[in-house]
Design a protein around this ligand. Structure first.
Ligand code: SF4
Ligand code: SF4
Length: 668
């Protein structure tokens, strides 16, 4: 009778679990189409490496290890039960190894759960918020482990010497139980009661999964499987000529794709995204975690209404748009698109894409954006640069220099098109970097050319600001020119141009090899063509630009370049490489005023100052400008200089003391 009742309970738990899980799947299905079923091999690999082996979760070692132990404590017993069910008698060695692994993992899981409770309720890192269900879930799992290990100890205590079982902890506890002097009958009765409790707790947990944060056991691995496998820096392509499109961008929850809705359910509220967000750190009203959780709450409220209306063949009642209601406008525009949230999120949630999609609606459908951007958009439209500076002055920096222009060099065998970019063309401080790069190219005898007045903005600022229409116009104009000159290889000193040309232009049909100057310089130093013989006895720290580091994975080449300069003392900042903090200029912030909180460039300068540097080095024109401004702000022009890698290579190569550009020279 008990067995029949047990089977009924098992089926009931599975039924509730399945019903709850399918409900989640239905919610995601209100979203739009998203092609995520390609490259299945890579997706399965992602599931194994990220889901099982916890690669990204372990990036944050302490909480990551705790999570891994609890996860294994969950998975391994299920595996063992499965093996035990399907193999009548296990070989002795296998039985011993299984009992040993169960013993160890149970203890590790219990210790990890206790430490997790301690971390959540005693040390309480600011990135964690506590809800009653957090405690319920942790307590439930802890009880399952405790009853499980107590049960095993009782069993060992009853059967006495068991050479089949290697369970040092279980046996030690069994010895302890034996000291109580209970009779075999009492122990058996106790074992039966504990087993019932254990069994009931396991079934309750299975049924509870879809209705609690434990659902991440399902949604997070799924999110890892269906994560974006496109280049990191490529925002989604928008077909502006799609006649069926009713609007562009996102204003309603159902306008996200099903994968973006799955993202919301995969969030574990770990807060890693928020901890590294430069906007959040400097007290702007943006938390990537809050955006995801607010959207999640809204999905769970709104999707049932949409599904109900659909089933009745009617339209769901209109609700106010997301922006300005659920998500503050200031939060939406505070994002610098630095990708820190995405690189730290252990379950591959795609924050930046959602933010840019919502910006797209604001710009393309509502013409609503921060006032300062009007000038930037106008400048891009009329003169193909965000300051609106004369197009005919784009190549003024080449005056008195021997720089080949492609229209005059056509027919010649060009190794590289040197794509200069807006800031390196117009900004006086950054022009020095461009000139340094030209001197290095000439020294190497590289056959290169620039587009001169035919070059236009790559479109990065317009795209990150949600102005997809303008981006596509700018990109198409450049692509037409590239095709006209049959360009096969591009060199650039700007990580934003690098990303856009390399990763986003293919969406418009242009493919070509793009090289960033950090890679180019490192390669030529390594192969001996660039000999850096002049020492620069200074202390410097290196700032990783977001679009070079997190977006493009180029962390080592800049450091190798600096380490190959004689006497240069390279110091690392606390937040470096993947943890590097944005300079504050990305996502269009180069052309907006930070009115709320601390300025990001000031915060980043303070990070650098903690290394006691004489110089700061970087590899991005945005970063050069932002540091230059921050240094001026702190009146530190005499003590601290900002350099680009190309300028240091130039100095170490030619051995001349370059005249430092006066801080006031910046003209953009
Ligand atoms: S991209 Fe950067 S600024 Fe934007 S939400 Fe993520 S961490 Fe914050
Ligand atoms: S979005 Fe990712 S990093 Fe942020 S709280 Fe959720 S799971 Fe954690």
């Amino acid at each position: 009778m008990i067995k029949v009742f047990d089977i009924f309970l098992i089926f009931l738990a599975i039924y509730i679990f399945s019903w709850g899980t399918i409900k989640h799947f239905k919610l995601w299905r209100i979203g739009k189409e998203d092609k995520r079923f390609d490259k299945m091999g890579a997706r399965i690999k992602s599931f194994l490496v990220e889901g099982f082996a916890h690669r990204k979760i372990l990036q944050d070692l302490y909480p990551g290890s705790l999570h891994l132990c609890i996860f294994l404590g969950f998975i391994i017993p299920f595996g063992v039960i499965f093996i035990a069910q399907f193999m009548f008698t296990l070989p002795v060695l296998m039985a011993r190894l299984l009992s040993l692994s169960l013993d160890i993992i149970a203890i590790l899981a219990i210790v990890s759960l206790l430490l997790t409770l301690y971390r959540r309720y005693v040390t309480r890192p600011s990135r964690l918020d506590n809800k009653p269900e957090d405690f319920k879930v942790l307590a439930l799992i802890l009880l399952i482990f405790l009853t499980g290990i107590f049960l095993e100890s009782l069993r060992l205590s009853v059967i006495g010497k068991d050479t089949q079982t290697w369970a040092p902890v279980g046996k030690a506890l069994a010895t302890l139980i034996n000291t109580a002097g209970w009779s075999a009958g009492t122990k058996s009765l106790l074992a039966k009661i504990i087993f019932r409790i254990h069994f009931f707790l396991v079934l309750c947990t299975i049924a509870y999964i879809p209705f609690s944060k434990l659902f991440h056991l399902i949604s997070s691995p799924m999110n890892m499987i269906f994560r974006s496998l496109d280049p990191k820096g490529a925002l989604s392509f928008m077909d502006l000529e799609d006649e069926k499109a009713e609007s562009f961008g996102i204003a309603k929850i159902e306008e996200f794709t099903w994968k973006h809705l799955m993202d919301l359910d995969a969030c574990t509220r770990c807060g890693r995204c928020q901890e590294f967000c430069p906007a959040h750190i400097t007290e702007k009203p943006l938390s990537p975690k809050k955006i995801i959780l607010d959207l999640k709450d809204h999905l769970h409220l709104r999707a049932p209404q949409i599904l109900k209306a659909k089933s009745k063949n009617t339209e769901a009642e209109e609700v106010p748009p997301l922006i300005g209601n659920l998500i503050e406008k200031e939060a939406l525009w505070a994002c610098t698109t630095c990708r820190s949230c995405m690189e730290h999120c252990p379950v591959f949630i795609e924050h930046v894409d959602k933010i840019v999609d919502m910006r797209r609606y604001q710009v393309l459908m509502e013409s609503k954006f921060p006032e300062e951007l009007t000038t930037a958009f106008k400048g891009l439209e009329t003169n193909s640069n965000p300051w609106g500076m004369g197009r005919d002055s784009r190549a003024d920096w080449i005056k008195e220099l021997d720089v080949p222009i492609i229209s005059e060099a056509s027919g010649e065998d060009i190794e590289y098109l040197f794509f200069v970019g807006c800031i390196r063309s117009y900004d006086d401080r950054n022009k020095k970097v461009t000139i340094a790069m030209v001197r290095i190219l000439n020294h190497l005898g590289i056959k290169f050319a620039i587009l001169g007045l035919e070059e236009g903005c790559c479109g990065d600022p317009a795209r990150r600001l949600g102005n997809e229409y303008l981006y596509q116009i700018l990109a198409q104009a450049n692509i037409k020119t590239f095709n006209h000159y049959n360009i096969k290889r591009i060199l650039t000193t700007c990580p934003h141009c690098y990303n856009t040309l390399q990763n986003e232009y293919p969406q418009l049909g242009f493919n070509c090899k793009v090289v960033h100057h950090a890679e180019f310089l490192q390669e030529n130093i390594q192969n001996g063509r660039l000999k850096l013989e002049h020492s620069l006895a200074k202390r410097t720290t290196y700032h990783d630009p977001c679009y070079l580091g997190r977006y493009s994975g180029i962390y080592n080449p800049p450091r190798e370049i600096l380490q190959s300069i004689p006497s240069l003392d390279l110091r690392e900042m606390r937040r470096s490489r993947i943890d590097s903090m944005c300079c504050g200029a990305g996502g269009g912030w180069m052309w907006m005023d930070e009115k709320i909180g601390k300025r990001i460039n000031i915060q980043r300068l303070e990070d650098a100052l903690a290394t006691d540097p004489e110089w700061i080095t970087t590899a991005c024109p945005f970063c050069v400008t932002m540091f230059d401004d921050a240094i001026k702000d702190k009146n530190m022009e005499d003590d601290l200089k900002i350099w680009d890698l190309a300028e240091l290579v130039e100095q170490a190569l030619f051995g001349e003391k370059k005249k430092l550009p006066p801080a006031t020279e910046s003209n953009t």
